[in-house]
Design a protein around this ligand. Structure first.
Ligand code: C2E
Ligand code: CA
Ligand code: CA
Ligand code: CA
Length: 279
């Protein structure tokens, strides 16, 4: 061991090295995940609160690596964002979503929206608009069936740039929704200016809705705010029937969560839909 103060450094260094190494390995694998066909999409249904009809599906990225196994989105998505890999990966997701919409329309299943998550690195990508326009054109899907979910914190990080980008995206005819609503710090003035269609109440408020009066009050307030601004309000993370009933009573428009279905591969999603009986 080295002497003096440098002991501290050599004591911690191996652990840091290991973390850096793990990260570099993961990044290396992620760089190839797309071309190697290791990325997949899962679909999670969203239902109409009143009728329980399926009105849409959110696509969620999954990464299955031959050696590492299933890598959690919470691990690889932040990495993809930091490295910029989220741009090509995100464009692939958009393309897949548009193709799926077009296929459903061709099958006469034209009442289901698909929502896609967009991260900040994508929102600020000057190539996003042209890329998305191309996906819409190539697939021939109805742009009004595609919904882009952007988290509140991403939007507020640079609200005026985000505003310009949202306005541009809106000209393509897609729907826009603010994800994880209530966890960031929205300026209400921006909420009014952003050309958005939906608010998605963050699941942290939904989890304890039945027991925590503060969460209940926040949900009520978000629903009232959303409706007063003419927006559709969605609750995600609905895990219990009683939560779904409460949200219906509160006037929330759409529901998503494990109570209805978990995110599933396409085949399982289609089977689930064919068996889903609203009443
Ligand atoms: P998110 O957009 O807020 O997605 C909702 C997350 O909640 C998903 O986690 C989903 O599986 C989970 N979830 C759904 N219903 C319930 C429920 O009832 N209870 C609980 N406890 N969880 C529920 P997932 O799939 O692990 O995704 C995590 C995050 O990764 C997403 O959060 C999103 O921010 C990001 N992400 C996923 N796919 C994409 C993508 O294609 N592009 C980008 N940019 N981000 C993505
Ligand atoms: Ca989302
Ligand atoms: Ca969310
Ligand atoms: Ca709960």
């Amino acid at each position: 061991a080295k002497s003096g103060g440098r002991d501290m450094v050599s004591f911690y260094a191996p652990e840091i090295d290991l973390l850096v190494q793990q990260r570099q390995t993961l990044e290396h694998h992620l760089r190839h995940a797309l071309e190697r066909g290791e990325l997949h999409l899962h679909y999670q249904p969203r239902v109409d609160t009143q009728t329980l009809d399926v009105v849409g599906a959110e696509v969620l990225l999954r990464w299955q690596h031959p050696d590492l196994g299933a890598v959690q989105p919470g691990r690889f998505i932040p990495l993809a964002e930091e490295t910029g890999l989220i741009r090509p990966i995100g464009m692939w997701v958009l393309r897949e979503a548009c193709m799926r919409l077009a296929a459903w329309e061709a099958e006469g299943r034209s009442a289901i929206d698909i929502s896609v998550n967009l991260s900040a690195a994508q929102l600020t990508d000057p190539a996003l608009l042209d890329g998305l326009r191309q996906c819409l054109r190539d697939s021939g899907c109805n742009p009004g069936r595609l919904e882009l979910e952007i988290t509140e914190s991403h939007l507020m990080d640079n609200a005026s740039a985000a505003e310009a980008q949202l306005i541009a995206l809106k000209t393509l005819g897609v729907k826009l929704s603010i994800d994880d609503f209530g966890t960031g710090y929205s300026s209400l003035a921006y909420l009014k200016r952003f050309p958005i269609d939906k608010l998605k109440i963050d699941q942290s408020f939904v989890h304890d809705l039945l027991t925590d009066p503060t969460d209940l009050a926040i949900i009520r307030a978000i629903i009232a705010l959303g409706h007063n601004l003419g927006l559709v309000v969605v609750a995600e993370g609905v895990e219990e029937g009683q939560e779904a009933r409460q949200l219906r009573y509160l006037g929330c428009d759409e529901l998503q969560g494990f109570h209805f279905a978990r995110p599933m591969p396409l085949d399982a999603f289609l089977t689930w839909m064919s068996q889903h009986k609203p009443f």
